[in-house]
Design a protein around this ligand. Structure first.
Ligand SMILES: *Cc1c(COP(=O)(O)O)cnc(C)c1O
Length: 425
């Protein structure tokens, strides 16, 4: 048997089960092709993708401009390491810094690495600029956070499945409730050694929890008052997903006219990943101004693949697509429509209690207890009806289609979702 001969779905699933570590529990669908808002399984059945690889594929599957940039660069130069300069990295760093309104970019590959990078920068800044005694810096984080899977990051997670039996844990983190300014203020006042506050503008993995309208602006003001770095993890919320270029949109260069929602919450450190490449390649990065980024000097941090020429070419193309195709504006408008349609449905529903979200990062809450199988079963039924989504936590289903969707497609998807939910009423 040839190693790469065409498989049925069941054969592909069996192979993963037998030879792959069981660190995921996928929906039983095996995909072999994607284009725009659609994916196809190995039997040729077509689906709307309502996960977008956790918001990595904001620009749509296999966007020709992004794939084109990748192919061209892959045929020219793929990797030099940072032992030498390459002719793409500087251009990308300039482009990304200007695009998001910061002095400098530190390029990495995955979201978790970018979060780690931000934590390291924050700690070093605390010792060298703020004057905290060595090894005493604390970083405030929020309950129910999701920032990735490394040992340090899971050290401040409170998800027992992500944490248990992976200790000993990294210390230096203070956990407070999300969307709670009082706890933030108390933590800042009680502790002189706070270096940073790490926060997701919307808690995506936790179930698309949208904080109060003024939360981010007021949290940022509290951080400023205490000389503490405001670190925004926009790996999932960033790059047009929530209807603006960034969910913390501050002095960025986006052309988005809907940018008035949360005024000027400019992070001191901005963490990006996922859609930074449009899902074509692992590309992440950390942005900050010189006063912060200058604490990183040769030898302090690095990555063999970070800032490689393929990543640089892909990321420029991916950001150009977001800007040129006005994906933030589209996400804003379709998001309003989606929630309006779902709220209409909820009025007479027994199975859905709530829809929440911003832009095209939304979730519905299923009327059942957290351990119930209902949300999973709804996702299996959605799959049968041609739409792929996944529960986040227990009874919550996230809906995050590619942002290149049009209104007609969105309304068709709303129809699929409503008809599927009706089977469970
Ligand atoms: C996905 C995600 C990460 C981790 O990204 P990886 O590329 O999976 O390491 C970090 N933070 C947030 C908010 C995420 O959604």
């Amino acid at each position: 048997m040839a190693v790469l001969e065409k498989l049925t779905s069941q054969q592909a699933i069996d192979l993963e089960n037998k030879y792959g570590a069981h660190n995921y529990h996928p929906l039983p669908v095996v995909l072999s092709k994607g284009e725009g808002v659609y994916v196809w399984d190995v039997e040729g059945k077509k689906y709307y993708d309502f996960l977008s690889a956790y918001s990595a594929v904001n620009q749509g599957h296999c966007h020709p401009k992004i794939v084109g940039a990748m192919m061209e660069q892959a045929q020219t130069l793929t990797l030099t390491s940072r032992a030498f300069y390459n002719d793409k990295l500087g251009a990308y760093e300039k482009f990304a810094s200007e695009f998001f309104g910061f002095d400098k970019l530190l390029p990495m590959n995955t979201g978790a690495e970018a979060v780690e990078t931000a934590l390291k920068i924050c700690r070093k800044w605390a010792y060298e600029k703020k004057g905290i005694h060595e090894n005493e810096a604390q970083i405030i984080v929020c309950e129910n956070n999701f920032h990735g899977r490394t040992t340090t990051i899971i050290s401040f997670s409170n998800d027992p499945v992500a944490r248990k039996n992976f200790g000993p844990y990294t210390s230096g983190f203070i956990k407070i409730a999300y969307d709670n300014l009082k706890q933030l203020e108390e933590a800042l006042e009680a502790n002189k050694n706070v270096a940073g506050f790490l926060v997701e503008p919307i808690q995506g993995e936790a179930g698309v929890y949208v904080p109060s309208e003024d939360y981010l602006a007021k949290a940022k003001a509290l951080c400023e008052k205490h000389n503490v770095l405001f670190i925004a993890d926009e790996v999932q919320t960033g790059i047009a997903r929530t209807g603006r270029l960034l969910a913390t949109c501050g002095n960025c260069s986006c052309s988005d006219k809907n940018c008035s929602g949360t005024p000027n919450v400019k992070p001191d450190i901005l963490i990006l990943g996922k859609a930074l490449s449009g899902g074509a390649y692992p590309v992440s990065g950390v942005l900050a101004n010189d006063a912060i980024m200058e604490v990183i000097r040769p030898g302090n941090h690095g990555s063999t693949f970070g800032g490689n020429p393929v990543a640089a070419a892909v990321a420029i193309a991916a950001l150009e697509v977001v800007r040129d195709e006005k994906l933030a504006e589209n996400a804003f408008e379709l998001g309003e429509l989606f929630r309006a349609e779902m709220n209409e449905y909820i009025k007479t529903s027994n199975i859905v209690t709530l829809v929440r979200g911003k832009g095209l990062l939304n979730a519905i809450v299923i009327n059942d207890h957290e351990e119930s199988e209902t949300a999973w079963n709804i996702c299996v039924a959605l799959k049968e009806n041609g739409l792929l989504a996944k529960p986040t936590h227990g009874n919550i289903i996230r809906f995050a289609p590619p942002l290149v969707m049009n209104k007609e497609q969105l309304l068709e998807c709303v129809g699929i979702i409503k008809n599927t939910l009706k089977e469970f009423e």
